[in-house]
Design a binder for this molecule. Sequence first.
Ligand code: AMP
Length: 538
Amino acid sequence: MTLAQSAGPSVPPLIDETIGANLDRTIAAHGGREALVVDHQGIRQTYAEFGEAVDLLARALLARGLQQGDRLGIWAPNCAEWVHLQYATAKVGVILVNINPAYRTSELEYALNQSGCRILVAAERFLTSDYVAMVAAVAPQVPSLEETIFLGTASWDTLLAGASTVGVAELMARADELEPGDAINIQYTSGTTGFPKGATLSHRNIINNGFMTGEVCGYTEEDRVCIPVPFYHCFGMVLGNLACTTHGAAIVVPGPSFDAEAVLRSVADERCTSLYGVPTMFIAELEHPLCAELDLTSLRTGIMAGAPCPVEVMKRVMSEMHMDEVTIAYGMTELSPVSTQTRRDDSIDRRVETVGTAHPHVEVRIADVETGATLERGATGEICGRGYSVMLGYWNDPDRTAEAIDADGWMHTGDLGTMDAEGFVRITGRIKDMIIRGGENIYPREIEEFLYTHPDVVDAQVIGVPDEKYGEEVMAWVQLRPEATTTSEDLRDFCRGRIAHFKIPRYVRIVDEYPMTITGKVQKFKMREIAAELLRDD
Ligand code: AMP
């Protein structure tokens, strides 16, 4: 009997330096190569220029009196300043708090207060988001928040101007105080249970995960990586930015948020060698007429991750987009994020049907859901990960941290899977109550809690239902007070502006009762069956 536990290779060695020190080394080696290209802002920087922009901002943060370990929030779609701030905060030991640009007031307030941000850097507006108005509404409720700096305004210029009062020596002195194990980033995720928790990651966590992912993709300074996935998530800032800067490769940003045409044009114009996306992004690109017209032959590799990757989509990406070395990565924020990845020399079947084998320096095992014991190869259980990549913990939440990471250091993912004889992992389902809509994770409990705040709602149960475009969509079953006249549309209106658009239930059913067990537990699996039938009949 072989147990379903395996360790990834121990080469290449882990990087034992801070993000700032590593960036400086890359600048010294590849100063003249392109580091950052942001099409929609017309920005193109070599590593030397990128380093200057980062250091200017780092000195500006020191001038603001930010101390090591202070929190600074960033609330903006993808842009050059986001990347500069990621590295500038790392250089001065300030913990960057990533805030999803789709968040609305209730979510923003929670993240700022839970992390205790001193400063928030935000865009002024994007699409339907008026960040200025939302910050004005929330700021009085956030006692720790001293200032909000809006990108592209006088407040941003004033911040940068402050750099002139701080010398390079001060920046170097701060750098000397930092350790690779220090916390450097907080990302909100609901993890395996309940309300959003701040997964806290160190330099060591994320620089190594970015580096190893880049190694698996075979990156060198010749690579140019097109990153249409958001920076507020590990996919953008770790697998994207850090994989590039640890290899001297170029970060190519096709737009502030995903747009299939912009991605295809960036790949062709910038001669990108690698492209990232969640499955729905690749599907949109393949369906776009430009996919066949533009020259995408520069593409070699890339990463599909975040949600189950359909085999047919993988095959089409390999042939029609020329990404014959495309990889699938599997992970979660609390694991920095990648735990397994397919390798470029795995058989085609393995590369389209599995999520690969354990990442370098990471152990993976399949655990019995009830007892936690390691199962045999082939048996289905909870996927657990261990190694340098396990987060430091949930910010200010030791109880939740202890629930997620067991006494032996294993992070329990809440995902179900199997491991075969050669260590290849397949994802088969989830034990955590989570919906993946496109690439966005949605935690039903969070939406249920929000719906309870409506005065007419006495109970709310949220489930995922199948959807052709997004994989899953959100459905709420709501019980109202007896005399209430609130409609489904009223409830959706109630959500608008307060929670992110992707969490607003696409379907709301007002019901009198839920399918229950004899012991009075709501049977969500029955709700899902009934819902799937109702939607089919529509
Ligand atoms: P996040 O913390 O946002 O990175 O989300 C992590 C979750 O996304 C995992 O626990 C999985 O449920 C899901 N996930 C990530 N990558 C994959 C993948 N390649 N296939 C299936 N599900 C995935």
